[in-house]
Design a protein around this ligand. Structure first.
Ligand SMILES: Nc1ncnc2c1ncn2[C@@H]1O[C@H](COP(=O)(O)OP(=O)(O)OP(=O)(O)O)[C@@H](O)[C@H]1O
Length: 294
């Protein structure tokens, strides 16, 4: 997991946070599109016309086949990349480069090996945080992710799951109004992954920030999200857009075995081109899947 909080300073500064600590911000994608120049001088559209309003404190999961543009969407929301069409508003104002209202967590923890866990988490603190406040906040977050006994350890002395917990704490140290998570548990073993999902729910309950979560894991999305969007494209030349949108019923933690979730799982797997027995059907499109109103 790498955090925007450790990224270079923004070229333009973000609008001031609403002044409130622990604010959760609305995120609005308005007709968002992203094309990249291709080798042959033409441009290749990765995303097109993505429009969705995410409520403050909502957990939105973003699913889609590999290469459909999930990370690109997340990067644009954090000001790590720019849209070529449309825009993203956070708390009503457009994103700026390296928008400090957001923090990003990636699949690898990317802790600095020569620093202790405490010092790594402290890297996430907003610039200018008074020393005593910062130390108290870091200690609180380390406790929240269950690493108090390892606060003085170096990253090589802890497990991969612990490192990922530390990097989650580092993201939270920024006190982000929007937490952007890109496959944050993708590199972990299945059991650690389930534990991390529970931890994220605890963290979200303690500090209910808005979360955009990119994942390949349909069950993870169903367990963690209030709402799921599935990105898909109708043909290779088209960019991806929202092919399905599903409100996940029930309060978290959800019963992983519920029939209602099983039905949604089937629908999402269909949208991903996977049949119910886990076999890829070799299709990348979701043309047949209607946009699911909610
Ligand atoms: N800076 C860039 N320049 C050119 N192409 C890019 C750039 N960034 C992303 N792409 C292309 O955009 C497409 C979408 O990439 P992205 O990483 O957003 O997909 P993804 O859905 O997150 O994939 P995965 O699930 O495999 O991580 C890919 O084909 C990728 O090569």
């Amino acid at each position: 997991m790498y955090l925007a909080s450790t990224a270079p300073a923004a070229s333009g500064s973000a609008p001031a946070r609403a002044g409130t600590a622990d604010a959760a911000f609305a995120v609005e994608f308005e007709g968002l599109g992203r094309s990249f120049p291709s080798d042959r001088g033409a441009s290749r559209t990765v995303l097109r016309d993505v429009s969705i309003s995410v409520q403050p404190g909502e957990v939105l999961a973003i699913l889609g086949t590999s290469g459909c543009g999930k990370s690109t969407l997340l990067r644009i929301a954090g000001g790590l990349d720019s849209a070529t069409a449309g825009r993203v508003l956070i708390d009503g104002t457009p994103t700026v480069d390296f928008d400090d209202r957001t923090a990003v967590g990636f699949q690898e923890p990317r802790l600095l090996p020569w620093r202790s866990i405490t010092d790594n988490v402290a890297l996430g603190l907003p610039r200018g945080t008074p020393k005593a406040d910062g130390a108290a906040r870091v200690a609180r977050l380390i406790e929240l992710v269950g690493l108090s006994d390892f606060a003085g350890h170096r990253p090589r002395e802890i497990s991969g799951g612990m490192a990922q917990r530390a990097s989650l704490a580092r993201a939270l140290a920024r006190n982000p109004g929007v937490l952007l998570l890109d496959e944050p548990f993708g590199a972990l073993d299945a059991l650690t992954r389930l534990k991390m999902q529970d931890l994220l729910l605890d963290v979200h309950a303690a500090a209910p920030t808005t979360v955009l979560l990119v994942t390949h894991d349909v069950d993870e999305a169903l367990q963690l999200a209030d709402r799921i969007i599935l990105l898909g494209r109708s043909n290779e030349l088209d960019g991806s857009t929202i092919a399905q949108e599903i409100v996940v019923p029930g309060t978290r933690p959800r019963d992983r075995g519920s029939a209602e979730l099983a039905e949604l799982r089937g629908r999402l797997l269909d949208g991903l081109g996977i049949d119910r027995h886990g076999q890829a059907r070799g299709v990348e499109t979701t043309t047949a899947i209607p946009h699911f109103p909610y």
